[in-house]
Design a binder for this molecule. Structure first.
Ligand code: PHE
Length: 345
């Protein structure tokens, strides 16, 4: 037994001497004094000793235990002091960061939108607000698109779960900025020149030309004597201001339930200037906007007498315009958060 004790004493004093880090010391401490450690193991064997043997070994054992414990403590202090000394001798100079602060900029679609808002501000249009989450009534019903009407198929819609509905109306994510029309008509008296801009949402099969989240821009113009001639003028004003002075507008009959007559608004092709090329499918024109004379029912619902006033609603997709202008082929890039794409603009 005595031999065992002096063996432990020798081995561990040596280990303690050699230890270089606090972590090593912690491990040694555990080996010695932890549960089932060397000390524990030894004391378990004491039951086999006689009283006389115990009287001799006990004090030796305690002495060695104390010596080892003190050895560890002392070594701990040494290691700490040394590392403090090293730190204080070390010359630490902090360098100012070499990383250049990253400068952001507006999204290409936002840049374009600011441009067109300015264009129409110049004609006296002011911005109106409309929510992204709106009632079925504002987005569809009041626009002559009742429930179950086939025209609903023109807009693939995200309806909001009935769990979150307020009792009086069904809610959805607006499918177009035309949800602003009824608000604009109700809240204002003619002459009205307003525009609404922002996100719209559709339950699309997403591909290079279709996104579930995209932007629209829409104007509402109501006054006495507003006619298709104004619509032609405003369309051309928009195309000349955004695509170039040589661009012409062409109106084609097109069905939208909330306008009558309704038109698809084409711009002469920016690539071939109307001669016919691959991009425009040899037609010389690109369909870019939707518009029409505001339907009398919609004017009436907005509290405006269609026998006195007439109006134009006119909408365009800013994303589509930017794609055309910049030669961007995949609409999904806009919302991708891909900096290598965004930084080009
Ligand atoms: N809201 C229509 C759409 O999203 C576009 C449009 C706007 C048509 C205004 C007519 C008048 O397809």
């Amino acid at each position: 037994m005595e031999e065992k004790i002096s063996q432990i004493q020798k081995d561990y004093l040596e280990k303690i001497q050699k230890a270089k880090t606090l972590k090593e010391l912690d491990e040694i401490f555990l080996e010695l004094f932890g549960k089932n450690g060397a000390v524990d193991q030894l004391s378990k064997q004491f039951s086999t000793l006689s009283q006389d043997q115990l009287k001799i070994i006990g004090p030796t054992f305690n002495q060695v235990k104390q010596q080892l414990e003190e050895g560890i403590n002392e070594k701990r202090t040494n290691i700490r002091e040394e590392s403090y000394k090293r730190l204080s001798e070390e010359n630490l100079t902090l360098q100012p960061s070499r990383l250049k602060a990253r400068k952001g900029h507006l999204h290409p679609v936002t840049q374009f939108e600011q441009e067109i808002v300015k264009l129409f501000k110049n004609l006296g249009f002011v911005e109106a607000d409309a929510p992204h989450i709106d009632t079925d009534y504002n987005n569809f019903e009041v626009l002559n698109i009742p429930e179950n009407h086939p025209a609903r198929d023109l807009w693939d819609t995200f309806y909001i779960s009935s769990k979150f509905q307020v009792p009086s109306s069904k809610l959805l994510l607006r499918t177009h900025t035309s949800n602003s029309q009824i608000r604009i008509l109700k809240d204002n008296t003619p002459p009205i020149r307003m525009m609404n801009l922002g996100r719209c949402f559709r339950f699309e099969n997403v591909d290079a030309r279709h996104e579930h989240t995209f932007e629209q821009f829409e104007i509402v113009y109501v006054d006495k004597g507003v006619s298709m001639a104004h619509l032609q003028y405003l369309s051309e004003y928009f195309f000349k201001g955004t695509l170039g002075q040589d661009i012409k507008a062409r109106l084609r009959p097109k069905y939208y339930p909330f306008v009558e007559p309704g038109v698809g608004v084409d711009a002469s092709c920016v690539f071939c200037k109307g001669k016919g090329c691959k991009v425009c499918g040899q037609t010389g024109f690109l369909e870019l906007a939707g518009a029409g004379m505001i339907h009398p029912d919609v004017l009436k619902a907005g509290g405006i007498d269609p026998n006195i006033y007439s109006g134009i609603a006119w909408g365009v997709g800013p994303g589509r315009m930017v794609m055309l202008r910049e030669g961007i082929e995949d609409i999904r890039l806009f919302n991708s958060g891909d900096l290598s794409f965004l930084e080009k603009y």
